[in-house]
Design a protein around this ligand. Structure first.
Ligand code: N01
Length: 536
């Protein structure tokens, strides 16, 4: 006789995913435990405390919609909430839904092993203890396995050194210091204006410029929150139906079917609305048609040259090796204008790469930039990093890492992988490229229904079939190749293809076919009696 496992479900990670999973699995009566290695809840928002950290999405759709209490009682204060405010929101969610009693913090998972005889998972924790569970869920986050670049001498630097995602909790006093930053993705772009305000000489080492969509960050009024509370379901529904999970009307026309004057008028008006409005509301083909994307690129290059006074600096900040939407589009808060400050120095490390890091600073060619503080905003082993960094051991003793290395990045809808029964991923690889709270909530609700169905029908485990994995891999590739992120000759090298990490196989890490399309596939799998999750 096999003994009852300690829990029905163990969820790894106490960020947006872990909280949504805990709430929804509890609702169907599962004894559920969330474990997290950090000593606070919040996941990505717990670890990312760099200067300027805030959402790139607007407040009204960067949240859960499932709790009426939270919706009624929580108040956002800014259009783009700060990291601290999002963290406070998640704390509020945890308290209001009484989640905390089932969350064990400062508890890292080292390894989880599937026991074929018992059909349970044995979870090995950092403190040496061991727990068993029927269902194991990863909510470990998609961008939390930090990476440092392979630059010679990186460990020799004698000043202060920080990565964007491990910024000290009490902050860092940069006042008057000589600061350098390597990395200008979404993290670096948020940091640059804030560091520039306090640093002495500030050196920005840029390898690839980005198309930054500038915005303004207005404080919210009581009327804004009243409107949100009255229209929550409508707003959420809109976001769920949008390809990128934002509550915006998808644009209807191609950039190529309007006159040049009309195009400029639309570009200008959406640029003034700011941020993702420009990316999503101008035209319907800025992410799929090179000519259209190039028109948007040219518009932004023009803006860069208007804002940045030194035209040589504006030239350097203007991307030319790929076009708009070729990389994840970052939202800017005075990013470009920051380069008009006398203390900010843009160093082009594309033409002349960083040769090494010395005890004193960063060496580019014959020049050594002496620094007190060196900041790395050099990104993450995205989508797969957290899952392959620990041992998730499935059937036959094979880890997820080994499976993906040998067979390629395979899963059914990014939710389940063949060989790993009753192991599920929130935001697994090949889930949508999106404003993330939306697929997180929908994913938790899908899993709730799937597990309830399995228990009702005495199905001992759900596990992706090999056929479903091959289908999803092909669909992910098809969708990715149809975007401007991927094209022969003018491809931006970025994390969505695994290109940011030397040695990582080049594969689509995310599903680019649209969040709304992805949700239809999930609904279809459910309507089909979960057959694609019934491996035998
Ligand atoms: O990391 P990244 P990130 N020499 O991988 C540079 C999400 N996010 O942390 O492009 C010089 O985008 C590298 O240069 P290059 C969001 O999804 C969200 O900024 O490879 N430079 C690049 O500029 C985002 O996409 C939010 O030439 C080097 C940078 O490091 C994802 O997280 C906020 C180098 C890495 O950029 C990751 O963003 C922040 C070298 N040797 C992040 N090595 C919000 O929504 C690397 N680089 C608020």
């Amino acid at each position: 006789m096999t003994s009852k496992p300690d829990y029905d479900a163990i969820v790894i990670g106490a960020g947006f995913s872990g909280l949504a999973m805990l709430h929804h699995l509890r609702e169907i009566g599962l004894s559920t435990l969330v474990v997290d290695g950090e000593d606070g809840i919040g996941g990505t928002w717990w670890i990312n405390r760099y200067p300027g950290v805030r959402t790139d999405s607007e407040y009204s759709y960067y949240s859960f919609s499932f709790s009426k209490e939270v919706r009624e009682e929580w108040t956002w204060t800014e259009r783009y909430p700060t990291g601290a405010e999002v963290l406070a929101y998640l704390d509020f969610v945890a308290d209001r839904l009484d989640l905390r009693k089932d969350i064990r913090l400062s508890t890292r998972v080292n390894k989880a092993v599937y026991d074929e005889d018992a059909n349970t998972w044995t979870v090995h924790l950092g403190d040496g203890s061991v727990l068993t569970t029927t269902y194991l869920v990863s909510g470990m986050g998609v961008l939390s396995q930090a990476i440092f670049p392979a630059i010679d001498g990186i460990d020799t630097f004698e000043g202060e050194k920080y990565h964007s995602s491990t910024w000290p909790r009490d902050g860092v006093d940069l006042t008057g210091k000589r600061v350098g930053i390597i990395g200008l993705g979404a993290s670096g772009i948020q940091m640059v204006p804030e560091i520039a305000k306090v640093a002495g000489d500030f050196y920005v080492f840029q390898r690839t410029p980005n198309f930054v969509v500038e915005t303004t960050n207005d404080p919210l009024t009581e009327e804004d929150m009243a409107y949100l509370r009255d229209h929550y379901d409508e707003i959420y529904e809109k976001a769920a139906k949008h390809p990128f999970g934002v509550a915006m009307e998808p644009a209807e026309h191609s950039a190529l079917e309007v006159s040049a004057e009309e195009r400029d008028r639309i570009f200008e008006s959406k640029w003034n609305e700011g941020g993702f409005h420009f990316a999503n509301e101008c035209f319907n083909d800025l992410a799929t048609d090179h000519e259209a994307s190039e028109l948007a690129s040219e518009f932004i290059r023009g803006k860069i040259h208007e804002i940045v006074e030194d035209q040589a600096v504006a030239d350097l900040l203007s991307p030319t090796t790929y076009s708009f939407n070729g990389k994840r589009v970052p939202t800017g808060h005075n990013f470009y204008a920051t380069f008009n400050r006398p203390n900010v120095h843009l160093v082009d490390v594309a033409a002349q790469p960083i040769s090494r890091i010395s005890e004193r600073g960063v060496v580019v060619g014959d020049t050594e930039y002496e620094l007190d503080v060196l900041v790395f905003a050099t990104g993450f082993d995205a989508m797969t990093g957290t899952l392959t960094n620990i041992d998730i051991v499935g059937r036959g003793g094979r880890t997820l890492r080994e499976k993906w290395l040998a067979d390629g990045l395979k899963s059914n809808l990014g939710i389940s992988a063949n060989g790993f029964p009753n192991f599920f991923m929130s935001l697994g690889p090949q889930t949508p490229y999106s404003n993330l709270p939306v697929p997180i909530q929908l994913g938790a609700q899908w899993l709730q229904r799937a597990i309830a169905w399995a228990r009702e029908h005495d199905v001992p485990f759900l596990e992706a079939t090999p056929e479903s994995e091959t289908w999803w891999m092909r669909e992910t590739e098809r969708a990715g190749k149809a975007t401007v992120m991927y094209s022969e000759g003018k491809k931006a090298k970025a994390w969505f293809l695994g290109d940011n990490l030397p040695g990582k196989p080049e594969e689509f890490q995310v599903y680019m076919g649209g969040g709304h399309v992805y949700q239809e596939f999930c609904r279809a799998a459910e309507a089909d009696g979960y057959r694609s999750f019934l491996a035998n």
